[in-house]
Design a protein around this ligand. Structure first.
Ligand code: MRU
Length: 341
């Protein structure tokens, strides 16, 4: 499989080729690929690679390797619902497939490609639904990177921006840098430049002041996991934006596919929050010098929890959901599991 190495952007556009599933686990952990739907797609491809690697061995050996790969890929990052969803989907297809190793490898390759195509299609549909919520002359603030890079194509929150910008070229985007790994500064800014969508980069700490000054009309973000009650788990800093948006009467809109919904979680309280390495926070230089004392104690949660009461709308491929969220999110998941409903 081929990935665009997101750790090298925006300076270098470099592709990496991965031939074995343990490399996929490493790429997800190191955030060569990141963003909830994109790591789901990568996880699915990883399971398919495991099947292909062992297609020349006995059926039992191949199936044992698929199970090992699925367990490791599922655990590579704990918060995004999409990773577990996609890996479980491929593992389920493997378990149900009666065929010999070559046939199973082919079937899983096809299933992984379908996971990718479906995520991009969901983004395009969501983008149209959410784009319609963005009024003319909007100043849309997003957070982190919820664009094509995070989804395998088009984007969730940035998909909404793309769709709204196509209808109204006066739209402008506010991009918080998103400390500590700067997905806003490195990735969202890069994507918006390529799309020709005007944006302003800000330090994360500037967001509330811009809202107070009336310079943000909508906050539109993606999600890593959404609980049954509509609580949203997303990149650290999202909760602070939601609090500020509520204070200043700015609609806070979440755009995510149904593969990000986790109905097994009654609320976000139970969602595991990934704690990442201290060096991600300490690894900072200013005026040509380290900006923190060596070994400064750090806490570095990668995500936070935004309560449903702060969320004006959740947009999935099924449409626009308004509070209370539980029934309508459950119906969206049911419709995606059984398109006839
Ligand atoms: O740690 P990351 O960069 O994988 O976090 C990504 C985010 O928090 C995104 O906002 C989220 O995955 C939605 S992406 C469509």
């Amino acid at each position: 499989m081929v990935l665009l190495d997101q750790t090298r952007l925006p300076g270098e556009v470099v592709e990496v080729r991965l031939a074995a599933w343990p490399q996929v686990v490493g790429a997800i952990r190191r955030m060569v690929v990141r963003g909830a739907p994109a790591i789901g797609v990568a996880g699915a491809m990883g399971v398919a690679l495991a099947a292909r690697q062992d297609a020349g061995s006995s059926s039992d050996d191949q199936r044992a390797e698929i199970r090992r790969a699925a367990a490791a890929l599922r655990d590579a990052r704990p918060t995004a619902a999409n990773l577990a969803w996609a890996v479980d989907r491929l593992a389920g297809e493997a378990a149900a497939h009666p065929g010999p190793p070559e046939a199973l490898a082919g079937a899983l390759a096809g299933a992984a490609r379908a996971v990718h195509a479906d995520e991009v299609r969901r983004c395009e549909v969501m983008g149209a639904h959410a784009g319609a919520l963005i009024t003319r002359g909007a100043r849309v603030m997003t957070h982190c990177n919820a664009g094509a890079l995070a989804t395998g194509g088009y984007g969730t929150a940035l998909g909404a921006v793309r769709s709204a910008f196509a209808a109204d070229p006066s739209l402008r985007v506010v991009v918080p840098e998103t400390r500590p790994l700067l997905q806003g500064a490195r990735l969202t800014a890069w994507e918006l430049e390529r799309e020709g969508i005007p944006y302003t980069l800000i330090a994360d700490v500037t967001a509330a002041a811009l809202m107070a000054d009336g310079r943000v009309s909508h906050v539109v973000v993606g999600a890593d996991r959404i609980a049954r009650n509509g609580d949203v788990v997303n990149k650290i800093g999202t909760y602070a934006h939601a609090l500020a948006a509520r204070e200043h009467g700015v609609p806070f809109i979440v755009v995510a596919p149904t593969t990000t919904l986790d109905l097994t979680m009654p609320s976000a309280a139970e969602v595991p929050i990934e704690e990442r390495a201290a060096d991600e926070v300490r690894d900072l230089a200013l005026f040509g010098r380290p900006a923190t004392p060596e070994g400064a104690p750090v806490t570095n949660p990668a995500f936070d929890r935004t309560p449903a009461r702060l969320v004006a709308a959740i947009v999935t491929e099924a449409g626009v959901h308004r509070p209370p969220y539980d029934r309508s999110l459950a119906a969206a998941v049911a419709a995606q599991e059984d398109p006839a409903t």
